[in-house]
Design a binder for this molecule. Structure first.
Ligand SMILES: NC(=O)c1ccc[n+]([C@@H]2O[C@H](COP(=O)([O-])OP(=O)(O)OC[C@H]3O[C@@H](n4cnc5c(N)ncnc54)[C@H](O)[C@@H]3O)[C@@H](O)[C@H]2O)c1
Length: 433
């Protein structure tokens, strides 16, 4: 296609809704699909989901909850480095057992005892086990009883159907990631010292000469995995690996997040699906395909999008909005009418930028324009509910693709969908209840 200045435009930026998964011969039932994967060279997860380093998404509570359930979280950097290090230490010090959030108790003891145990644990519910599995739920009479019951139910479902392993380090402590700017070497060192298992470079446009030379220094200074991002193009990945071959993961996607306005205010974007495909092209060119995990970051709305990202070549999927409405995200529940919401904002929104420059005296303002919005997302309950729905959906999707696990999903096929096809393949012509 010829642009009006005479140059040609030959790049197509495909996004999740532009493609569908081509069904393939399936040799396993969805229930037996294996979701284990990596988020970086040495960080293994049993559920390929990562929470985004955003100040309305990931602090220690979210990171601990996700790691207990086989996924992982990345603590945001919108706070002084000492405070971020404390969040990392908290995750490393809490119990790795998923049952530490909803206790598991056995029948048959006096009910009075159970109530006492729960009150002591400050838990509103427990899953009651007998010899042959779950017998039911014990819920204390308190105002938040329904919330506890929901959490207990989803926890039982998730643990029995998805069968995750907690994401733990060699010493049995929960694994946690932490975000850094490539320019903040002191923060990177402190986070490593505090026990962070991996670092995630957290800038909008890593494909910048200054950012890449800082990254090149940073990866040599720390011995934990460093995930580089954000990147969108094949050239960006090639230049990053040319400057920092030690990089242990790639965070791909520019401007796809629901709160991101980069594509609008700066006109620049590489939708996550295309960004992942570009990373695969670069890694293939370098003979590194499958060796450096790719994290798909931005715009993933459901398990279908997550599966498309994985089939395109991602090892793991990062979620912001997916997790922002959960109990475990920072921020209060806010009632609007008869519905509950939680705050959610882009890390380049006005409020997030102001906070960053107020609390982190080492951060420097690269640009004045805001590239994100602030708002509310529906409250979604305990994060285990979201994980359960995503993991079940991913298993179903990989089943259609004929893939028994994440690496075999990379050989599955995506196909272009026309706009009319795109309308037809979602619910239509019905008043949705
Ligand atoms: N994933 C996305 O699409 C996206 C888009 C915008 C912002 N963000 C998030 O917002 C936060 C702030 O990002 P930030 O990069 O502004 O942080 P920042 O202010 O710390 O900037 C870091 C560095 O990124 C580079 N950079 C950023 N914008 C650039 C541009 N337009 N041109 C050239 N180089 C540029 C520069 O090297 C800059 O010094 C981060 O958490 C980031 O992940 C994400």
């Amino acid at each position: 296609m010829a642009g009006n200045s005479g140059h040609t435009i030959d790049t197509l930026l495909l996004t999740f809704d532009d493609v569908a998964i081509l069904p393939g011969l399936s040799t396993v039932e969805p229930h037996d699909v294996e979701l284990s994967s990596r988020v970086s060279r040495s960080i293994f997860v049993s559920t390929p989901l990562v929470s985004s380093p955003m100040d309305t998404v990931t602090e220690w509570r979210m990171a601990a909850a996700l790691a207990r359930l086989g996924a992982v979280g990345v603590i945001h950097r919108n706070m002084p480095r000492e405070e971020q290090a404390r969040h990392v230490s908290m995750v490393k010090s809490v119990s790795p057992s998923p049952w530490s959030e909803v206790p598991r108790i056995r029948l048959p003891d006096g009910l009075e005892n159970y109530s006492l145990i729960l009150e002591e644990l400050d838990a509103g519910a427990a899953v009651v086990f007998g010899d042959d599995g779950i017998k039911g739920y014990l819920v204390l009479e308190r105002p938040d009883a329904q919330l506890w019951l929901e959490k207990a139910r989803y926890l039982s479902l998730y643990l029995t159907r998805i069968r995750p392993f907690p994401t733990i380090d060699g010493e049995g402590r929960l694994v946690v990631g932490a975000a850094v700017s490539p320019f903040d070497l002191d923060r990177a060192r402190l986070l490593e010292k505090s026990g962070a298992d991996f670092l995630v470079i957290d800038v909008a446009h890593l494909h910048n000469r200054n950012a890449l030379s800082s990254l090149s220094r940073l990866v040599k200074e720390v011995s934990i995995d460093v995930v580089a991002g954000n990147l969108g193009t094949r050239e960006g990945v090639l230049d990053t690996l040319a400057r920092a071959e030690e990089v242990a993961g790639l965070r791909m996607g520019i401007s796809s997040g629901s709160i991101c306005s980069t594509g609008e205010v700066a006109g620049a974007a590489v939708p996550t699906l295309t960004a992942v495909m570009n990373a695969v092209l670069a890694l293939e060119e370098l003979g590194l395909a499958g060796r450096i995990p790719i994290i798909a970051d931005g715009g993933v709305r459901n398990a279908g999008d997550a599966a498309k990202a994985i089939i395109a070549g991602a090892s793991a999927v990062m979620g912001g909005r997916l997790f922002a409405g959960a109990d475990e995200s920072p921020g209060p529940r806010i009632r609007v009418g008869d519905k509950l919401y939680k705050p959610y904002r882009g890390m380049a929104s006005r409020g997030a930028m102001e906070r960053r420059f107020a609390v982190d005296r080492y951060s420097r303002q690269a640009k004045a324009v805001e590239e994100g919005v602030e708002g509310l997302v529906p409250y979604t309950g305990p994060v285990v509910k979201t994980l359960y729905e995503l993991a079940e959906g991913l298993k179903a999707a990989l089943g259609y693709a004929g893939a028994q696990d994440v690496t075999s999903a990379w050989k599955a096929k995506l196909a272009r969908v026309t706009p009319t096809g795109s309308r037809e393949i979602r619910p239509h012509d019905i008043l949705l209840g």
